[in-house]
Ligand binder design. Sequence first.
Ligand SMILES: *[C@@H]1O[C@H](CO)[C@@H](O)[C@H](O)[C@H]1NC(C)=O
Ligand SMILES: *[C@@H]1O[C@H](CO)[C@@H](O)[C@H](O)[C@H]1NC(C)=O
Ligand SMILES: *[C@@H]1O[C@H](CO)[C@@H](O)[C@H](O)[C@H]1NC(C)=O
Ligand SMILES: *[C@@H]1O[C@H](CO)[C@@H](O)[C@H](O)[C@H]1NC(C)=O
Length: 711
Amino acid sequence: MTAIAFLLFIHVVYYACAQEYKGCFRSSALELPTPTLAYASVPAECTKKCRSHYYMFAALMNGELCYCISRFGQEGLSNSCTVFCAKDPNNYCGSYEAMSVYATGQQGPSPPRRIQVTQDDINALVITWQPPDIPNGNVTFYTVRAVAIKTHTSNILPPVESQIQGGASNSTILRGLQPGTKYNISIIASNTQGPSDPAYAVEWTLIGPPDKPFTPKILERGESTVTVMLTESHSEYGPISAYEVVVVQTGTIPPVGPKVEYLNYDRASKEGLNYYTTAQFDPSDFHRYKRFVVGDGNMIGGYYNIPLKNHFVSAQVGLVVISRIGTEVQRSYSDLTNNMFNRELNATTQTDSTALALCIVITILSILLGASIFLYFVLRRRHERFSMRKLPEQQELTLQGPMHEVDNMGYIPEDIPERVNHYQELKKKVWSIPRNALSIDSFIVRRGRFGTVHTGTVSRDDGSSSTVMIHTIADGALKGSDKRHMLRELDVCIRAGSMKYLAGLVGTCETSDTLYVVLESPPHILKNRLLGARSGGAFPTDRILSISTSIAAALQYLADYKIVHTRLCARSVGLMNDWTPKLIGHGIGKYSLEDVKYTRWTAIECFDRQKKHQPGAIWSFGVLLWEILSMGGTPYSNLTLDSEVEEAVMQGIRLPQLLDVPDPIYEVMSSCWRNDPEERPTLDELIRLDTLTMCPITAITEPYIPELELN
Ligand SMILES: *[C@@H]1O[C@H](CO)[C@@H](O)[C@H](O)[C@H]1NC(C)=O
Ligand SMILES: *[C@@H]1O[C@H](CO)[C@@H](O)[C@H](O)[C@H]1NC(C)=O
Ligand SMILES: *[C@@H]1O[C@H](CO)[C@@H](O)[C@H](O)[C@H]1NC(C)=O
Ligand SMILES: *[C@@H]1O[C@H](CO)[C@@H](O)[C@H](O)[C@H]1NC(C)=O
């Protein structure tokens, strides 16, 4: 019994604590707003009220005054909360000079304010808002979501959602919406503690053009009439508001467009136009006009269906479908009826020399095309055979046997001879940096396999100096295979030399016990700049394709030296201050990279971590491209485990097309992820990426989840 009572007591005490009494604080009258409630009976009433206003804290004074506040305690603690609460003599409710402060349980910000939605393109809405007035910390991102509530399509429309990074953001363009659809749009602001309640707005997207109507079918031709069969039209993008039957003189190509309105016969003939509207009717009357007699002399929907005469006798007939809401109008035009009569007349005169000439030209061109395709394949095969024969010879000439880079997890064949003099040979090829020209920061950037990596500076004879990455290798302490491995990785860097888009080897510096390998270190890392753009940093999105092209050029350059980059991702691309990319992390440089969980960039055939080959790097290039276009998003962010990623990729799942990525670019990316390595594009092809066109990036939809990317 006592035990239960004791537990109960603990529970009560605990519960009182869970109400989050923050303490008693001195209050300054200046700081306080007018009370939110003048007669709060108990603390619970006050905290509830303040929470409903999105405040994190409630303060009670003088027994009954209730204040909603965002911060407290600037004046320090007090011990004079001595006035009992008006209706709760078990609790104190501050005093004249002190306040009892409670947490309300509110975590996220208050909702964004003053949402405005304006129509943009037929499938986009521009949404602007004001930040929450009670942010309860810093707003880190906004989530905008559009749910269709009324539409003209029978398809189910999935909600469209976009995440906008950075608390300073106040607008976005939501694309990929259905035209002519009413959306309920919600915006949620999130701070580091949680999301706000949503704020809502409702808006229609602009209507889009109806489906192109079928061409009317001529049933019969009379003296001054043509009878046609009309087919009902359909629109997913708005209502069908009216049909118009138009008459066009044969040989005339009338203008078309959503705003183009054909006049009635009288006005058209006054203006000398060769086309006019002969009838207009409602969709509800369609059944009456399905079989339509052009030229029956009636008034139909305010238009005179005038008997066909003069140059309109053998005229063509078309159907126009009109979709209208308020002042928005969209029109679609059918093709015009074929005029058999007219065709026959012209047919006799038309088999002229131009057509004949055209035929001949087309034939010749097709033959040439066929021949060149044939030639291409012949040359390609020869080239393949040629390079296959040539490879082994080339490899013998190089310093060290097969030259594909070996991953640090990889297997190093034992039969590679350790060349005693190899090290000496290497040294001759690079700048031997005097130790006093090298200043090494003590901070350890990373611990590599052969030693620690530091930043530092190297001073040159001409007085210039540059920031570098320095790999310190306790050379004497390295044993056997480690040493061979290290020399191979160093060799890769030496062989690659320097190139505009590659962060190369600056030189080495040797002391009695330590080898310093000095590598170029670009001032920025692409990944960080992309992520920076999410919170308002600058990033020239119009240069994305040229940056990608330069990376492809660097890979091609490495490939020419038979080096495969095994760590390609946005973290292995440096950026100069002018946004020129510089690939880092080939050879020994890979130890200066962040420790990335690389599965998300790995080609389907490389999951076993044994093979490293060029098509694998092409796959990674595709993922890198996606990473750039998503502004640093995490690939497959919905999958937590690497094994889940592998499984998904095996099942044929690939990264999705992003909102702002045009089809041709997504096609290139997708082709990098083909199962068959042979079918992926070549670097030569990827170098031409910048001939495609990009749209500006307006929506950042892919989350960045660091723990999925970094070890
Ligand atoms: C909010 O952001 C400002 C400026 O970025 C920073 O100084 C401040 O510490 C942040 N506050 C919180 C609670 O994170
Ligand atoms: C959005 O923010 C920008 C600057 O951050 C400001 O110039 C602009 O007036 C804001 N727009 C609205 C609608 O508040
Ligand atoms: C929009 O959606 C919210 C949440 O589902 C709902 O409460 C609100 O009534 C909706 N607004 C309209 C106009 O349908
Ligand atoms: C025959 O075709 C020509 C153009 O190719 C056109 O100008 C002419 O009007 C046509 N003949 C008749 C009778 O319509």
